[in-house]
Ligand binder design. Structure first.
Ligand SMILES: *[C@@H]1O[C@H](CO)[C@@H](O)[C@H](O)[C@H]1NC(C)=O
Ligand SMILES: *[C@@H]1O[C@H](CO)[C@@H](O)[C@H](O)[C@H]1NC(C)=O
Ligand SMILES: *[C@@H]1O[C@H](CO)[C@@H](O)[C@H](O)[C@H]1NC(C)=O
Ligand SMILES: *[C@@H]1O[C@H](CO)[C@@H](O)[C@H](O)[C@H]1NC(C)=O
Ligand SMILES: *[C@@H]1O[C@H](CO)[C@@H](O)[C@H](O)[C@H]1NC(C)=O
Ligand SMILES: *[C@@H]1O[C@H](CO)[C@@H](O)[C@H](O)[C@H]1NC(C)=O
Length: 423
């Protein structure tokens, strides 16, 4: 009796896996000007970690051109026509004579629904030998005959940040590499949340929702983001790289050799989620998410307040400060923040000094200034001499601390991490 049972099981499993992979018609990793991708055909990256093709949403009533993980087809990492879905899978993907990647609607006169080029001018000069390739990083790269990059999907992110991809901005060209959330689990059109680099002062990454800042990573401190001490716990898997030059401010990560596949998602609730593929269970494991707790909620304790989730009362004031309105704080309304107990002397007769805060997420750096070359002692001297300077810290914590960040005006969004062992 045991034998037929085993055979039956194998048969059912084989049938299930055949059903689970309907779009098996991969046609290599490149698309040339003489080829086209239609219906359920896909491009597969070398090694087949990623696929490019059409995928359905809203009960197969809307279709999008996208890139997904081959082992996890529901995990779409990039979408071309986010705002203009096709109503059927009769799309045609081509590399145009002008050297653009285009999506046409076969059910509507082959109208162009999406193009990698914003120049839709019919008179666009011909670009011969253009090729689109889905690379093994998941980057879709369009090159001309000489191999020069015409366009790449990594410079036009959707809601997902992958290894080798940058978020940030080019200060030379003004190009911005930012994420935007989907509108819903089944709707890839841009939602309310954006993940962007604020390149002013000490650069840091922010989540914005409808013109309001909701979350900050804190500035880069040479090792990690000041507000994400957990980063040190997965350094064995990823290598982090922060670039701040006159040309570019950007952040990227790489998978170390042998590390499992990973991604960082800005989800539809405005939460950043770092996920790692668990081969054993065949599912994504959530490694980190931010905002992590109520102290990560931007400006939770107001100006000059300090948030601490492990305290019974979450909001406190920096030493030397008291609630601006005792009555409001009594009612747990901390939005008014804290005020100085004693006005600054500003050089007149001396007497001013600093209160030391350790192991905190540094305050919002939007109105800060950085001098990477100054020493910490010089930084303190400058801050004390400038009546507008409210705080200072090292810009880089390595080797005992170097460089100088100076804050001017209100100090907003300071929090104790609650992860003392990591600070
Ligand atoms: C999805 O489409 C199928 C077939 O057209 C239909 O029977 C089903 O009710 C639809 N489901 C939803 C949630 O609209
Ligand atoms: C649309 O494009 C496809 C592929 O290039 C072609 O076979 C088809 O004839 C075109 N249809 C129309 C209406 O032009
Ligand atoms: C579009 O392409 C045409 C022809 O190559 C060129 O003259 C025009 O400047 C381009 N427009 C833009 C906005 O790039
Ligand atoms: C976003 O991520 C958070 C944290 O992992 C999770 O609680 C929340 O349900 C997610 N939202 C969506 C829409 O998936
Ligand atoms: C909290 O205090 C601020 C001023 O500090 C005030 O504008 C706001 O209305 C108060 N919120 C509530 C819910 O009372
Ligand atoms: C301090 O700020 C005020 C107002 O923004 C400005 O007028 C003044 O020049 C600043 N002082 C210094 C020393 O930067």
């Amino acid at each position: 009796m045991a034998m037929p049972m085993t055979h039956l099981l194998v048969f059912v499993l084989a049938l299930l896996s055949a059903l689970a992979l309907p779009s098996s018609a991969a046609s290599g990793s490149t698309l040339t000007q003489s080829g086209a991708l239609t219906g359920d055909q896909t491009l597969a990256s070398p090694g087949d970690a990623f696929r490019l093709g059409l995928f359905p949403a809203s009960n197969r009533s809307r279709w999008f051109l996208g890139i997904w993980f081959t082992v996890s087809p529901d995990t779409v990492i990039w979408v071309a026509n986010r705002d203009r879905p096709l109503t059927s899978p009769s799309g045609v993907v081509e590399v145009s004579g002008g050297g653009a990647l285009v999506l046409r609607d076969g059910a509507s006169n082959n109208d162009t629904v999406w193009s990698s080029s914003s120049n839709s001018s019919a008179s666009a000069a011909a670009v011969d030998g253009a090729v689109a390739e889905l690379q093994n990083t998941g980057n879709l790269v369009l090159t001309d005959a000489a191999g020069a990059v015409l366009w790449q999907s990594f410079e036009h992110p959707a809601n997902t940040f992958l290894p080798e991809m940058r978020v940030g901005r080019s200060l030379r060209t003004g190009a911005e590499w930012s994420l935007s959330s989907w509108r819903g689990a089944d709707d890839p059109s841009p939602g309310d949340f954006r993940y962007v680099m604020d390149a002013r002062g000490a650069p840091e990454l922010h989540v914005w929702s409808r013109g309001r800042k909701t979350y900050r990573t804190g500035p880069w401190n040479g090792v990690r983001f000041s507000g994400i001490p957990e980063m040190t716990t997965f350094e064995d898997m990823f290598e982090f790289q922060f670039t701040a030059t006159a040309d570019e401010v950007s952040y990227m990560f790489r998978n170390r050799d042998g590390s499992p596949m990973s991604r960082v998602l800005l989800n539809e609730s405005g939460v950043m989620q770092r996920m790692v593929w668990d081969r054993a269970s065949g599912s994504w494991s959530n490694f980190w998410s931010g905002p992590r707790d109520q102290c990560d909620s931007y400006g939770r304790c107001g100006a000059f307040g300090v948030c601490n989730v492990v305290d019974a009362v979450v909001c406190g004031c920096i030493g030397g400060f008291a609630p601006r309105s005792a009555a409001e704080w009594y009612m747990r309304n901390t939005s008014g923040g804290c005020a100085r107990r004693t006005p600054l002397q500003c050089g007149a007769g001396g007497g001013d000094g600093f209160y030391v805060l350790r192991g905190v997420k540094l305050p919002d750096t939007h109105s800060s200034a950085v001098d990477a070359g100054a020493t910490l002692q010089e930084c303190a001297r400058r801050c004390l001499a400038d009546c507008n300077c409210t705080a200072y810290s090292a810009a880089d914590i390595r080797g005992g601390g170097s460089g100088c960040i100076q804050w001017f005006g209100d100090l907003v969004d300071i929090s104790m991490s609650g992860l003392r062992s990591l600070n």
